[in-house]
Design a protein around this ligand. Structure first.
Ligand code: PAF
Length: 286
């Protein structure tokens, strides 16, 4: 197992990327905030299938956390993360400090609209501008041909696709499927915050989402299927932030013409906020 090369500065990372590019290698970046689980590792594997030089970044980005959120408590274990990445044979890890990404006097923002409106933004209005800022900086630092993000954060993926397109950034953005625990719970670095009792309950979220899709397949009207899902989650002690069916492409509310849809949910158990989503398209009339 070879330890990947670790870069802490943008200048050093750029030099390495330049060499890889000169060698004709296709370059991929997997941005992460660390606390890596199998979901992240599947993104790295997918990058390795599609590129010849693969980097991951590990950076807990302060600009996407509100003051009342878990920035300080967010799990950080660089050595364990690097060991997992080394096992996969990743080529490089970008591990910048907050000062490297946001030096004193930093005064620039990226403002996103379109798919960033409502859903997550209703409870976390700061979030997508912070994500857009750091992802823009990471893409400019690493200059990859390809960057991969998990579909678990589906709204985030749509927002990133939108600003990359709007700003004409020369990078391909790919999504990779959500990786789930044995009981169906979507993997997330924040699942470790759940008490054993809430961890057990958390598995109801994907069950409810699947049941809603089944009800829709069977012809139940959208508002009824969603209301039933919300009721079941509340009965089990979840506080539901949203449970909605949206256009898979734009995240706009669906109408009769929408072909590809996404069922998206955010719900809290105690202090832990869980998000999940699943794809749905109308069954074809036979
Ligand atoms: O999904 C995440 O882990 C983060 O939001 C990202 C994309 C790495 C930006 O900090």
């Amino acid at each position: 197992m070879t330890r990947p090369r670790i870069f802490e500065t943008i200048a050093a990372l750029r030099k390495e990327v330049e060499i890889a590019r000169r060698d004709g290698r296709r370059i991929a970046l997997v941005p992460t905030m660390g606390a890596l689980h199998d979901g992240h590792l599947s993104l790295v594997r997918s990058a390795q299938e599609r590129a010849d030089f693969v980097m991951a970044s590990i950076f807990v980005n302060p600009t996407q956390f509100a003051p009342n959120e878990d920035f300080d408590a967010y799990p950080r274990d660089h050595e364990a993360d690097i060991a997992k990445l080394a096992e996969l044979g990743i080529d490089a890890v970008f591990l910048p400090t907050v000062g490297e990404m946001y030096p004193k006097g930093f005064a620039t923002g990226v403002t996103v609209g379109g798919p960033a409106r409502d859903l997550e933004s209703a409870t976390r209005p700061h979030f997508f501008n912070g994500v857009a800022l750091v992802v823009t900086k990471l893409l400019l630092a690493a200059l990859p041909d390809l960057a991969i993000f998990g579909e678990k954060d589906y709204q985030q993926l749509c927002v990133i696709r939108q600003f990359v397109r709007d700003l004409n950034m020369p990078v391909e953005i790919a999504g990779a499927p959500t990786v789930r625990e044995g009981d169906g719970l979507a993997m997330s670095s924040r699942n470790r915050y759940l008490s054993p009792q809430d961890r057990h309950k958390a598995a109801l979220l994907p069950v409810v989402l699947r049941d809603i899709l089944k009800a829709l397949d069977d012809g139940t009207h959208v508002p009824e299927a969603l209301a039933d899902g919300i009721r079941r989650l509340k009965e089990d002690g979840f506080e539901v932030d949203y449970l909605e069916l949206r256009s898979a492409e734009t995240l706009a509310p669906v109408d009769d013409a929408t072909a590809e849809m996404r069922l998206l949910a955010a719900a809290r158990l105690g202090d832990t906020r869980l998000i999940d989503n699943m794809a749905w398209s109308k069954p074809r009339a036979s």
